[in-house]
Design a protein around this ligand. Structure first.
Ligand code: PEP
Length: 258
């Protein structure tokens, strides 16, 4: 029997400011207090990690970054290492977000190296995978997602996924207001879990697979009710306290009977 607690993680992207952050985090803290069935996290821009740490340390909310370098240290201007994130007690680091892949040319091998660097430092990577609209319409969603996932398994082995988090984020649903239907999302989540089962049923059963792409208070419950959807990676709605709190409240712990 396996208990997969749901995780709702906010991805603030390049939004925020010290005053807004303070108000937003205070509201989320109050609004999610006592929510024992859901893990809650916020992935904030790098400069606000000390603020997140000071406001969230000792609370039920974790914090993390939206990216991490694949390198340990050195002449990599503008980059931030996993050890630096650990200096601010980050729990999570998003790797392979579609905006990083599309706008900054990160390929699946680079993402796998970032995943490796995060794990080696003690961070829990949130590995994002997902297809574009063209890829979905060409019928190659599974092929794309498999390639993105397999790069990590090839580099590190399937055990690297223990305690890691996957996020299926169809690119056509991110920031567009178009959400995958619960069935569309469930199909891909089941495909991902099935692919990992082929390597290790134990790892697959324990793995949290989040859905991301225009999740809102109004659609979260139906998405989170699907058997292979273990929470959400939330962009725009994570910047609005009431929306984010309602999304967190829509997530409930799943008991998986084997
Ligand atoms: C994201 O950035 O990971 C995301 C899912 O964004 P949004 O919720 O705004 O679609």
């Amino acid at each position: 029997m396996v208990m997969r607690s749901k995780l709702v993680a906010g991805n603030w992207k390049m939004h925020g400011g010290t005053v807004q952050n303070q108000d937003l985090l205070a509201a989320i803290l109050a609004g999610t207090e006592g929510l024992s069935e859901t893990d809650v996290a916020v992935c904030v821009p790098y400069p606000y990690l000390p603020q997140a740490q000071s406001l969230l340390q000792g609370t039920h909310i974790s914090w993390g970054a939206q990216n991490v370098s694949q390198h340990g240290k050195g002449a990599y201007t503008g980059e931030v290492s996993a050890a630096m994130l650990m200096d601010f007690s980050c729990r999570y680091a998003i790797v392979g977000h579609s905006e990083r892949r599309a706008l900054y040319g990160e390929d699946s091998h680079t993402v796998a190296l970032k995943f490796k660097a995060a794990r080696a430092a003690g961070l829990l990577p949130i590995l994002c995978v997902g297809e574009t609209l063209d890829q979905r319409e060409a019928g190659i969603t599974e092929q794309i997602v498999a390639e993105q996932l397999d790069a990590v398994i090839k580099l590190m082995g399937v055990d690297a996924l223990v305690n890691s988090v996957l996020a299926y984020e169809p690119v056509w649903a991110i920031g567009t207001g178009k959400t995958a239907t619960p069935d569309q999302a469930q199909d891909v989540h089941a495909f991902i879990r099935g692919r990992i089962i082929a390597h290790s049923p134990e790892v697959a059963t324990g793995l949290r697979i989040l859905y991301g792409g225009s999740v809102k208070a109004s659609n979260a419950a139906e998405l989170f009710a699907m058997p292979d959807i273990d929470g959400g990676l939330i962009g725009g709605a994570s910047l609005v306290a009431d929306e984010f709190i309602a999304i967190c409240r829509a997530a409930k712990k799943e008991l998986i009977l084997e």
